[in-house]
Design a protein around this ligand. Structure first.
Ligand SMILES: Nc1nc2c(ncn2[C@@H]2O[C@H](COP(=O)(O)OP(=O)(O)OP(=O)(O)O)[C@@H](O)[C@H]2O)c(=O)[nH]1
Length: 312
């Protein structure tokens, strides 16, 4: 796909208190984009949260919450801060434009506007947005397996830890390490080793499918699964499922002393609520200790523990 094609089919939210202005912009943009609209600032934030548009065209002067306040609210919201905003306004003084850019807008168009210019500026901002999205996605993904990388796991862990602590919910992690993977590489070659990592990660990715679950590559042949809101029983079910799915792949591992096929060892740990007296690094350390025990116990198995009140 070329960069210019990236600008097609974006979803655009037009915010203006005058319906005729919305209609003009809708008419100008509807052939290439999905156009949403809102007649005031509060509604704009509501629609933006629900529909996650790729770009917002924002009027500056509106009754109630004006465009500058909307822009500040967008920039302050983790879920909305990356949506670019173009001011489209009857204001035309340099200080108006400066104020809009300082509020976080990426562009400023004065009314009356030329439709072709609006289209071109929208296309150019959408292209920049898509490029930025693609870069962000790449920076959070492991190149070999396509699952999340360690950095995005760490970000998700911190966010989910805070969420579970607030809600009084447990949080589990499963640390997963492929058994005798050095021997696998030595026996089958590094390329086959890479393919094995891809197959095993794809099989594991299907083992925990809730929206907040996250599988990440933690190191070379080590993976980690984040299970927010999941207690020890649920984590146990997922761990058994992972062992089964890896086994079901039946990838031959002739050099392994543990099994004739590729297998994995798992360390499972659940932090029980309240999480306030615990911290996420202790949870990771404990899952790692359980993984070590699973390796010591003969591999191709899991070991489990809990942290917190009444922990075993
Ligand atoms: N093919 C391939 N191998 C990798 C990659 N990353 C790490 N490895 C290999 O994974 C192996 C890990 O070896 P060890 O840490 O000794 O562990 P192990 O052989 O799996 O043994 P146990 O964990 O004790 O069962 C090393 O040989 C690394 O070279 C990768 O991206 N591709």
């Amino acid at each position: 796909m070329s960069w210019t094609n990236l600008a097609r089919n974006g979803r655009i939210l037009v915010v203006d208190d005058a319906m005729e202005n919305i209609q003009i912009l809708h008419h100008a943009l509807r052939d290439e984009h999905d156009v949403l609209f809102a007649l005031d600032g509060e509604k704009a934030l509501e629609v933006a949260l629900a529909q996650q548009p790729d770009l917002i065209l924002l009027d500056a002067v509106m009754p109630g919450m004006d465009g500058y306040a909307v822009c500040a609210a967008l920039r302050g919201s983790p879920r909305l801060q990356d949506i670019p905003v173009i001011f489209v306004t009857a204001l035309s003084q340099p200080e108006d434009e400066t104020r809009a850019l300082e509020a976080g807008a990426v562009d400023f168009i004065s009314k009356p506007f030329n439709v072709a210019v609006v289209r071109a500026r929208v296309r150019s901002q959408l292209t920049i947005k898509r490029q930025a999205d693609a870069m962000r996605e790449l920076s959070m993904t492991d190149g070999l397996t396509g699952v999340a990388n360690r950095r995005s796991f760490n970000d998700a862990l911190e966010a989910e830890w805070r969420r579970c602590a607030r809600a009084g919910l447990p949080l589990s992690v499963i640390m997963i390490d492929i058994d005798h993977f050095k021997l696998y590489n030595d026996h089958y070659g590094h390329q086959a080793g890479d393919l094995c990592l891809q197959q095993v990660s794809a099989a594991m990715a299907g083992c925990a499918a809730r929206p907040q679950d996250l599988l990440a590559r933690y190191g070379g042949e080590e993976f980690i699964l984040l299970l927010p809101q999941e207690g020890p029983e649920g984590a146990e079910v997922v761990a058994r499922r992972i062992l089964d799915e890896v086994r079901r792949l039946q990838l031959p591992h002739a050099a392994s002393p543990s099994a004739p096929h590729v297998s994995a060892s798992l360390g499972v740990c659940t932090a029980l609520p309240p999480l306030d007296n615990l911290d996420s690094s202790t949870l990771i350390r404990e899952a790692d200790s359980q993984l070590y025990l699973a390796k010591q116990g003969g591999r191709n198995r899991h070991c489990t523990s809990t942290l917190g009140p009444g922990a075993a």
